[in-house]
Design a protein around this ligand. Structure first.
Ligand code: PGA
Length: 242
């Protein structure tokens, strides 16, 4: 099965010109490019092979919600995937499991595939693997509670341990595979999602990408910092296709 590579640009780059150059370098099959909202429309026109993704979505359809972006706006801009519940939004924007679940439901309702992010902080990891599993399963269950049963079709789940995000300290491939598999199995078996795609994210780069991509139960990667460095991201794409 071909693996999915998702580039999460976060709050980068600063100009349209840089965004266009980066999009051109990232345009390949089985790639999802997630630029900031302001660049979505323009980059949608540039991508020929890659799919367009967004970094967030609001759960209401329309109305007086200053600053928010609706699922229909994303859909009408050509967005196929949306990242939901990234740990940076949970940490800096106060996103709760309930908000994350409602966002997933709204995306699914609009026929956009959510990329649901979960992962434990270092303090939990230090308590051992049983605690890590419990923590992550609780995040998944708490989000799923807000997703109606009839919306439970395709979902992407990204296991992203917080201690590995942007730190240069990735989770090793064996443990990443174990966790990705556990997350995907939980959503498929316990929560009855029909089709679950499991990603790993956290300090992935062109050098270590292959170790994850070789793992049977890792269906792809969610890449942050390395996705805004054209050469590095090309290296990751090459590893996924070679
Ligand atoms: P990173 O970020 O690749 O920079 O560690 C991953 C993410 O936040 O999705």
């Amino acid at each position: 099965m071909s693996k999915l590579i998702v580039g999460n640009w976060k709050m980068n780059p600063a100009s349209v010109k840089e965004a266009v150059a980066l999009a051109r370098a990232s345009d390949a099959k089985n790639v999802v490019v997630c630029p900031p909202f302001v660049f979505l429309e323009g980059i949608g026109k540039i991508l020929k092979k890659a799919d367009l993704g967004a970094q967030d979505v609001f759960w209401e359809e329309k109305g007086a919600y200053t600053g928010e972006i609706s699922p229909a706006m994303l859909k009408n801009s050509g967005v196929k995937y949306v990242i939901v519940g990234h740990s940076e939004r949970r940490q800096w924007l106060g996103e709760t499991d309930e908000m994350v679940g409602k966002k997933c439901a709204a995306a699914l309702h609009a026929l956009i595939t959510p990329i649901l992010c979960v992962g434990e902080p270092l303090a939990v990891r230090k308590k051992g693997t049983a605690r890590v599993l419990r923590y992550v399963r609780r995040q998944l269950a708490a989000a799923a509670r807000h997703i109606p049963k009839n919306f439970r079709k395709t979902i992407v789940v990204a296991y992203e341990p917080i201690w590995a995000i942007g730190t240069g300290v990735p989770c090793d491939a064996y443990e990443a595979e174990r966790m990705v598999r556990a997350c995907a199995a939980y959503l498929a078996i316990k929560e009855k999602f029909r089709d679950v795609i499991g990603l790993y994210g956290g300090s992935v780069n062109a050098r270590n990408a292959k170790s994850y991509l070789d793992a049977e139960y890792i269906d792809g990667l969610l890449v942050g910092g390395a996705s805004v460095k054209a050469d590095e991201f090309r290296g990751i794409i090459a590893a996924s296709q070679g």
